[in-house]
Design a protein around this ligand. Structure first.
Ligand SMILES: Nc1ncnc2c1ncn2[C@@H]1O[C@H](COP(=O)(O)OP(=O)(O)O)[C@@H](O)[C@H]1O
Ligand SMILES: [Mg+2]
Length: 249
């Protein structure tokens, strides 16, 4: 693949199965620094599993994952901790702790990764809430927030540790069109303002076309297409073509 020196993450020959359910036969994918790469594909093709393997929540059966040229795939749980500070993830649904308020939710990763005074922590929390367009919501409980707001608070929490890579699992799924646009714009703006490398997993092709520098299609246990948004519009690959048109019709 081209642009070698700009590759920040590289999945190499990843195999993964759950008993007799083979998820990846041999998966290869490079992620370019400071770009947004969107991985799309049908339900159950292994999009979420790929993000979980990257942050060490699941282990690949074989293959390697290079992060800044270091193979992290065999790291112990202890060695993964600093990696999760650099690679943050917005889980599907936002995944807030619903028994604690917004401020305490965002404080959670800060306490895990940093030694900060309460004053400093409040400043970081306020800054991150500002960044996602929800200033002053510190004392609200997750149940008081709409689905779109919960996602944005989840994003503020993921950003709190100053990651260099953001993973988004289905960030627009289940949202109304206004919130879809809002989240898409946030993903674009964060990339530009924080120089973030982003990996987005989605089956929403409209979003994929809007936010991505690169798109990759996961199908039949491997990546069957990788290229720019323009490349994919012109693709002669019938599977990719059918998927794109089937979804947006
Ligand atoms: N922890 C798990 N244990 C067993 N099977 C799993 C687990 N996580 C995912 N799978 C299976 O792996 C496949 C890929 O799942 P997933 O990555 O969640 O799909 P999606 O592309 O919809 O995000 C599915 O067949 C799913 O049932
Ligand atoms: Mg999924």
């Amino acid at each position: 693949m081209v642009e070698n020196k700009n590759i920040i993450i590289s999945f190499k020959d990843i195999k993964k199965r759950f008993s007799d359910n083979i998820v990846y036969e041999t998966l290869n994918l490079d992620i370019i620094k400071s770009q947004t790469t969107t991985i799309f594909g049908g339900s159950g093709t292994g999009k979420s599993v790929l993000l979980k393997i990257l942050i060490g929540l699941l282990k690949a059966d074989s293959g390697s994952i290079l992060f800044n040229n270091q193979d992290i795939s065999k790291f112990s749980e202890r060695r993964y901790l600093p990696i999760r500070k650099q690679i943050a993830m917005l889980f599907q649904g936002g995944a807030l702790f619903d028994s604690i308020n917004v401020e305490e939710n965002i404080a959670y990763p800060l306490k895990l990764h940093f030694k900060m005074t309460n004053k400093e922590m409040r400043r970081v929390i306020a800054k991150n809430l500002e960044m996602v367009g929800l200033p002053g919501t510190e004392k609200l409980m997750p149940a008081e927030l709409s689905g779109g707001m919960q996602k944005r608070i989840g994003l503020a929490r993921a950003l709190a540790t100053n990651p260099t890579v953001m993973l988004y699992d289905e960030p627009t799924t289940g949202l109304d069109p206004i919130n879809v646009t809002l989240i898409n714009n946030l993903i674009i703006r964060l990339k530009e303002e924080l120089n973030l490398t982003s990996i987005v997993v989605t089956h929403d092709m409209e979003s994929a076309f809007t936010i991505s520098d690169k798109v990759a299609m996961l199908w039949d246990k491997k990546i069957i297409f990788y290229g720019s948004v323009n490349d994919i519009r012109d693709t002669g690959n019938p599977i990719v073509h059918r998927f794109i048109n089937g979804i947006s019709e």
